[in-house]
Design a protein around this ligand. Structure first.
Ligand SMILES: [Zn+2]
Length: 383
């Protein structure tokens, strides 16, 4: 039964009683419409007048208000449709109407020179081939738009931190992620008995090689390479034997800072980190320094900032303390300077280390570090 006959009958008369039948029927109509449109494109009439007439005939056949095929579909299929079938008929009718919009612009085809249309016509309908299933190339269709990506929240956070230190005259230094035990532990004054060297904390490749557990080995590498004075930050990936949970990941990002010069004191450390915290989290932020211990710094400290959520009043995020710990820091241990080939009698320095991922969680209000590494587009496109 030709399509113009079918649209003259109701669904009941056509024996269509379920959603599947409706879908199939509409697919047939859409295919018929698309085929007629393609035929018009490949037909390449010799004069523009003839083309105009063909386009108009096609539009009238499908879109005419009175007795056009779409109007008939509306009258005979949609209007009398049963309550059960009405949603699926309505949905398909809308799709058909959208597809039919391409007929409105059929005239635009004239913009394609007749010669080119002929080329496509030949390509689309080789003389001795069967009919084409897919549509022919239509130069009038808009191109495919590929969605633009955006920077990953960790990358954004890292760059923001880098910017602050670059503006202070520091430069960025990198190093290998597969590191020797010497650079990762020995040169940093971490004794052989230190628990962090345990298999349970460190991912070893063999007895002398490991995946670096922090970015600190680059401190030694940079000291050896450049000597003093030295002002660097070291962003990069680190690895630890941690089970993934909402606050731990076996791979994470660190930024480490190192300043070595004559007469560097703890006052330089405090001043710089206080400036950094206010730049990053806002002028109202207060910093707090507490003593701590790291083998590679002496004295060592931990920096906390006043909680950005409750402004120091106390809330669940800061565990009611009003403070959030944000990094470790300290004066570079003389032994570490010596291992880097720098004379601790002439030079002194300070260093800090922070977790970029945790900063991103804080900054963007994310409650699970795993989200950062699952590459779920629904999450990532929010940034
Ligand atoms: Zn708080």
């Amino acid at each position: 039964m030709p399509i113009e006959e079918k649209v003259g009958k109701t669904l009941a008369e056509l024996g269509v009683a379920d959603a599947q039948g409706v879908e199939a029927l509409f697919a047939e109509v859409r295919a018929a419409m698309e085929k007629e449109r393609e035929e018009l494109i490949v037909r390449a009439p010799s004069t523009e007048k003839e083309r105009g007439q063909l386009c108009k005939a096609l539009r009238d056949r499908w879109l005419a208000r009175k007795n056009g095929l779409l109007t008939q579909v509306h009258e005979h299929w949609l209007e009398p449709a049963s309550k059960e079938l009405r949603p699926v008929v309505g949905k398909n009718f809308n799709m058909l109407r959208q597809a039919a919009a391409s007929l409105e612009t059929a005239e635009l085809l004239e913009a394609v020179p007749v010669g080119i249309r002929k080329v496509f016509a030949d390509r689309i309908e080789p003389k001795d081939s069967v009919s084409i299933e897919k549509g022919p190339l239509d130069l009038t269709l808009p191109g495919y738009r590929r969605p633009l990506g955006s920077l990953h929240p960790v990358t954004r956070m890292q760059r923001e931190i880098e910017e602050i230190f670059l503006s202070l005259g520091y430069w960025i230094e990198g190093g290998p992620e597969i590191e020797s035990v010497y650079y990762n532990f020995d040169a940093l004054n971490i004794p052989e008995t230190h628990p962090s060297r345990d298999d349970w904390d460190t991912l070893y490749i063999d007895a002398t090689t490991l995946l670096r557990t922090h970015t600190s080995p680059v401190q030694i590498r940079a000291m050896k390479k450049y000597g003093a004075p030295l002002y660097i930050i070291i962003p990069g990936k680190c690895y630890r034997h941690d089970n993934p949970d909402s606050s731990h990941s076996p791979m994470f990002h660190q930024i480490e800072g190192l300043a070595i010069d004559r007469d560097i004191t703890f006052a330089d450390l405090k001043g710089t980190l206080d400036f950094f915290a206010r730049k990053l989290f806002g002028e109202k932020i207060r910093t707090r320094f507490q003593p701590s211990f790291f083998p590679f710094t002496e004295p060592s400290g931990e920096v906390a900032i006043s909680c950005t959520l409750c402004d120091g009043q106390g809330c669940p995020v800061c565990k009611e303390s009003g403070w959030v710990e944000v990094m470790g820091c300290g004066m570079v241990h003389p032994e570490v300077l010596r291992n880097g080939g720098i004379d601790p009698a002439r030079y002194s320095g300070w260093a800090f280390g922070l977790g970029v991922d945790r900063y991103a969680l804080m900054k963007y209000g994310i409650n699970d570090i795993q989200l950062l590494f699952q590459s779920d587009v629904r999450f990532l496109e929010q940034f």
